[in-house]
Design a protein around this ligand. Structure first.
Ligand code: R2B
Ligand code: URA
Length: 311
C-alpha cells in the first residue's frame, strides 16, 4: 500500500468534529433550520451512511443535482420523487440518494454559516465518517470565458488574503480557510478526463455583497468609476483570483474546523472585466450551472467505483 492509500484509509475513518462542550448538556439537539433533531429523528439511521455532501445556493438546483446523481450512480427510484428531508421548513432543502446528501444554503456567508452549523452537528450526531463536502455554485469570472469551471485552490477575502474574519463576543476572530488541496487536484484531473468544458484551478474571492462588494457598477449605489473597478479587478487577477462568489471563505473555515475534506467548484457566468450584468439566456445559464454538477457527479461515481473495487 502506498502513502496515498494510507492517507485515503485514514481519511475514510475520520469523524466529523464539533468543538462545543455545551452540546453535551443538551438533552435533545434541535436543528431548527432543518426541522430535524436528535430527540425527534434517528439521525444515525437516516444519515449514518453519508459519504459525500454537496451544497449549493438554490433548493431547485440541489434537487436537480439529486436527480442527476441518482442516475449517475444507477440509484434512481422511479417511484420516488426525492422528498425534501427538511420539508417542515422552507429555510433550506435537503435530499439524499444512497451515500450522497444534497443541501441548499441560500446566498451569502450568514446563510451558509447557519446551514453549516446544523449540517456539521447532523453529521456528528449521525456518527458519519470519511465525509467529503463540495460546494457547487456560480460565480463571476476574471479574464475567463463564461462557462469556465473554477476549482478553488485558495479562498481569499476582498483584500486578497486567505482569511475569514468573524465577530464573536465583540472581538474579531480570524479563521484559517485552507481547502483540501489533494481533493482540488483530483477534481481538476476528473474534469480533464471528462473533457467536456474548460476547467481551471485558482483563487476564489469571497465577498459580503454581490454589487459594491464585487466592484459592480450596476447596483443601487456606486461611488467609484469604471477605471477604479478595472484597477481593483486587475489587482485581484494579479493575486491569482480567477472568480468571485459569496460563500467559499466561511465554508472553508467551518469545514476545516470540523475535519471535513472540502472543495469549492463554481462555474463562471460572465467575465467581470467585460461587464456586470448576468445577461446570458435562461438556457445558457442552465447549461452552465450543470457543469459543476457533471464534474462532481463524475468524481463521486469514480470514488464509489474505486471503493467497491477495494472491497
Ligand atoms: C454566487 O451566486 C450568488 C449570487 O448571485 C451567491 O450565492 C454566490 O456565491
Ligand atoms: N455569483 C456571484 O457572486 N457573482 C457573480 O458575478 C455571479 C454569480
Amino acid at each position: 500500500m502506498d502513502s496515498k492509500d494510507d492517507k485515503r484509509n485514514e481519511l475514510s475513518c475520520s469523524p466529523v468534529y464539533v468543538h462545543n462542550p455545551h452540546l453535551d448538556a443538551l438533552k435533545d439537539d434541535i436543528l431548527y433550520h432543518f426541522s430535524l433533531g436528535t430527540g425527534t429523528h434517528d439521525l444515525p439511521a437516516m444519515f449514518g451512511d453519508v459519504k459525500f455532501v454537496c451544497v449549493g445556493g438554490s433548493p431547485r438546483r440541489m434537487k436537480a443535482f439529486t436527480e442527476f446523481i441518482a442516475v449517475e450512480l444507477g440509484m434512481e427510484d422511479p417511484k420516488s420523487d426525492y422528498p425534501n428531508i427538511c420539508a417542515g421548513t422552507d429555510r433550506y432543502a435537503m435530499y439524499k440518494v444512497g451515500p450522497v446528501l444534497s443541501v441548499s444554503h441560500g446566498m451569502g456567508i450568514p446563510s451558509i454559516a447557519i446551514m453549516l452549523h446544523e449540517l456539521i452537528k447532523l453529521l456528528h450526531h449521525a456518527h458519519c465518517t470519511g465525509v467529503t463536502i463540495i460546494r457547487i455554485g456560480t460565480s463571476g469570472g476574471i479574464a475567463l470565458e463564461p462557462g469556465t469551471v473554477v476549482v478553488t485552490k485558495q479562498s481569499v477575502d476582498g483584500t486578497f488574503l486567505p482569511k475569514f474574519e468573524q465577530m464573536i463576543l465583540g472581538k474579531t476572530v480570524v479563521r484559517n480557510i485552507d481547502l483540501d488541496q489533494s481533493l482540488a487536484e483530483e477534481l481538476l484531473q476528473c474534469s480533464r478526463d471528462l473533457n467536456q468544458f474548460e476547467t481551471v484551478i485558482g483563487n476564489t474571492m469571497c465577498t459580503m455583497d454581490f454589487y459594491e462588494g464585487q466592484a459592480r457598477l450596476d447596483g443601487a449605489f456606486c461611488s467609484y468609476t469604471e477605471e477604479d473597478k478595472q484597477d481593483y479587478l486587475m489587482k485581484a487577477k494579479e493575486a491569482g483570483v480567477c472568480n468571485i462568489e459569496m460563500e467559499s471563505s466561511v465554508f472553508a473555515a467551518m469545514c476545516k474546523l470540523s475535519g471535513l475534506s472540502a472543495a469549492v467548484v463554481c462555474v463562471t457566468l460572465l467575465d467581470r472585466l467585460k461587464g456586470d450584468q448576468v445577461s446570458c439566456s435562461h438556457e445558457v445559464l442552465h447549461s452552465y450551472q450543470q457543469r459543476p454538477q457533471i464534474l462532481v457527479g463524475h468524481y463521486i461515481k469514480q470514488q464509489l467505483l474505486a471503493k467497491a473495487e477495494q472491497n
